[in-house]
Each structure stands twice: as C-alpha cells, then as structure tokens.
Design a protein around this ligand. Sequence first.
Ligand code: BES
Ligand code: MN
Ligand code: ZN
Length: 485
Amino acid sequence: MKITPADDNTTYDCLVLTIGPDDDWSPALERLDKQCGGVLSRAAAAGGISRKPADTTLVPLPESAGHGSLLLIGSGEQDPAEIDVATAFQLGSVAGRTLSGRPRKHVAIDLGAGLSDEAAEALVAGAITGTGGQALYQSEPKRFAPESIAFAHVSAAALRSGQTVGESIEVTRRLVNEPGNVIYPASFAEAARKVAEECDLEIEVWGEDRLQQERCLAMLAVGQGSVHPPRLVKLSYRGDERSDAPTIALVGKGVTFDSGGLSLKPSPSMLDMKMDMAGAATVLGVVRCLALLKIPCNVVGYMGLAENMIDGRSYRLGDVIKTRSGKTIEIHNTDAEGRVVLADVLDVAVEAKPQAVVDLATLTGACLVALGTRTAGLMGNDQALQQAIQQAADQQGEYVWPLPMHSFFDEQVRSKVADLRNVGEGRWGGAITAAKFLEAFVGDSKWLHIDIAGPAFADSATAERDAGATGAMVRTLVHWLRSRG
Ligand code: BES
Ligand code: MN
Ligand code: ZN
C-alpha cells in the first residue's frame, strides 16, 4: 500500500471527506456538491447523511464529480485545526477500514486545511491500521488494502512519520495474529532479526545455551515442556549518542502459546492464547518505530520468549525454581507462567541500570475482571513514571488505569518453601499480586508494569479495526519516548 500526498488533478476510486456538526460544509464538500449538481445537498436534506462523530455515509458519485464515490465521516469538529490526535487516529482508522471493505485502487483522504502535524500523522497511521486485520489465511480475502492512499493537507513529514507509526503497529498486530504453529520463540526471534536489519539495530538472541549460562532457569522452566525452546531477544536502539544519555528498558512477555501447562486451560480460554506474546510484539513494534523515526532516545527492548506446553517434561506444581536473580519461586500454578518468564527478563533488564523499566504483558485474566477488555492496568513503584505514561495514553486515545500496589499485598506472594510463590494467596486482586511478584525482580529501578491482557486482543471488530490483535500501547509508548525531551 502506497502512501502519497493527494493531488487535485487525480481522480480517485473513493474520496474521503469529513462533515462537521454544524450546517456549514467544508470548502471541499461544497465544491464537490457543485460539481455533481447538488446531489450531496439533496441527500443531506433528505436526512441521508450522518454528522455524528465517526459515523460514515458512502455516496456513489455521478460522472461529473470525477471520483467514483464519496465516503463522508462525521469529524465531530467544524474546524480541522480542532481535531485532536486521538480523534484523527480514529477517523483515519474508520476510513481505512471502510475503504478496505472492497477492492479499490487509488483513494484519497481529505480532512481539510489546518490539521495539526501531530493529528495528520495520527490520521495516516490510523488509515494504515484500519486496512489490517486477522484474516491472514483466507483463500478468498474479504479485506482489500487499497493500492494507494493519498492524503490532502498533510505535510511530507507527517505523511512519512504517520506511515512509520502505522506500519509499526501492523508489525505488532501481525505477529500477535499469527498462530502458535507459525510464531514460536525461534521464529519470533527471526522476526526481530528482520526488524533489526531493516532498522540497523543491534540485536542479541539468547538460545538455550546462553540462557543456561546466564542462569535464566525460570524462563527455561516455563519452556521445558515445549519442543520449541525459549529465547531471549535484546534489541538496542541508540538515538542519543551523548555519553551521559539515559536508557529506557522495555520488557515484553512473549509466551508464544499459553496452554496453561499442567494447570491446563479449558479449551475456550486456550483458543486465543497465541496472543500471549503481545507484550513482546509491542516492544518490537515500538523499538522499530523509534528507530525509523530517529527519535533522540536510547531504548533497549527485551523480549522473553517461551511456549507454555503440557508434556512429560513440563514444569510441575510444587517445583521450586531458582531465578537468575537468585530468588527462588515455588510454582503453585503453571498457568501463571508470564511472571515466571518475566522474573528472569526483568533481572537482565535492571542489571544494565536503565533510567526506567517498563514492562508489557498479557499477564492476568484478573486485570480483565478489574478493568474490562479495553483498558490496560498500570502498576509500578514510581508515581511520576506512571503519570507520564498515563498522560501519553490519554493524548493518544488509548485507555489505561492505575491499580494500587499497597504493601499488604506483598505477603500474598510469599511462599512457605521458597522466597516467592507464583500465584497470590486467595484469588482477589490477581492483577496486583502478579505485579507484586514482578516487583520482587526490579530491585530499586523505577518501574512500571502494563497489564495488556484486555486491550491487546479483541473478540469482535469495531468500525475502527478488525477483531484480533489491536497493537494497543504502541502509540502511547512511542509518544511517551518522543515527548520525554
Ligand atoms: N496469559 C494469561 C492471562 C490472560 C488471560 C491473557 C486472558 C489474556 C486473556 C496468563 O498467563 C494466565 O493464565 N494467568 C492466570 C493466572 C492465574 C493462574 C493466577 C489467569 O489470569 O487466570
Ligand atoms: Mn497462563
Ligand atoms: Zn500467559
């Protein structure tokens, strides 16, 4: 799919324009209405055009209009300059998704003059993600990315950066949507290598031998029931060459398939567990995006990859595992595997003394119970870090909410046999006890844990995106790292 500037002399298969809440129409819409003899004003008078924000109306156009059809989207704002980043992304997504409903060659999107550069970038990114989806393996596709999408009133810079953001979200989504027989630790690591090559990044992939040498016994334990052994990927981006420049560590849970292990999941809960590597895929998408945008910051992405399977060699309930940090874990439930993987990955990450550690993980069903399917849970040990990420999410229109980390939860992850147990005592506050477990491995680093079990993967489609992987938090983290100054 080509992303280009729009051009007045080109005829498009479909032109996307917006309609504000008031009676005044944009100059582009007025012009088009004249060209086609008032068809649009008659349609509006007959009540055939919705002005509601993000509502769409598809109008076939007569010859005289030049373009094949018009897609009108309610923008919620009369003045394009008032369209914020979150809305622009949404409008782009709705446009992209609607346009990809049938094959089209060249389409154009015009939100009007005055759109801010930030909003324009989000519009382009949204349009790209709107065309993507989970139907990767249908012999007869039902979604068709247009050959090209042209944008009016979008600067060359916003066009380029919007494309980078959109395509990075798609890298994340694609990996999450791929099934477990395609994406396993080694093949995920290969995908990361490709990104490293594309973006000229330094990459290290730890295989079994290195994981043994490094005493990453927790990661190895989770993966020991699988024919696909674990990997730890470390992907480094240096965009700030100053010798005293800080580094941010991003850590992702990459359980490429979570059967639950011996604490086997029932089939309905297991079906979507190819998505349990969304944290790692998010880290990969973010680092790719930062590198291609050349954001002046230093980030190391750590992806903890393992497959949680059931087998004669699987790790057991009651097993005691010595983590890389030296702390021991007693396994109470093999389905609480993400935190066991992250115990080692966090230890590797904090060893390098980053300025902050942010981990992303589809960690707990309890977080879905607490916050629903669309909101990520924030838990950590640093108020300022948490607020900064919450602000970035608000600005981008992604949903996050803090959960409390009161010290009385600490006791709930203590074991009678080992230092820690991998599930909380009692089932209440499961998202928090999981975070408390992670906290034991971050030392005195500033740290934020983002539980994306809800928002990473959707059961059903919306007007903005297909069901399946969402790419949640890529934009938030990119924005946070860009705006840190
Ligand atoms: N990957 C799951 C969490 C999950 C659930 C993600 C639903 C996305 C949707 C995680 O490994 C898990 O199984 N957690 C258990 C923890 C429990 C055994 C303490 C859970 O949430 O049930
Ligand atoms: Mn699990
Ligand atoms: Zn899991």
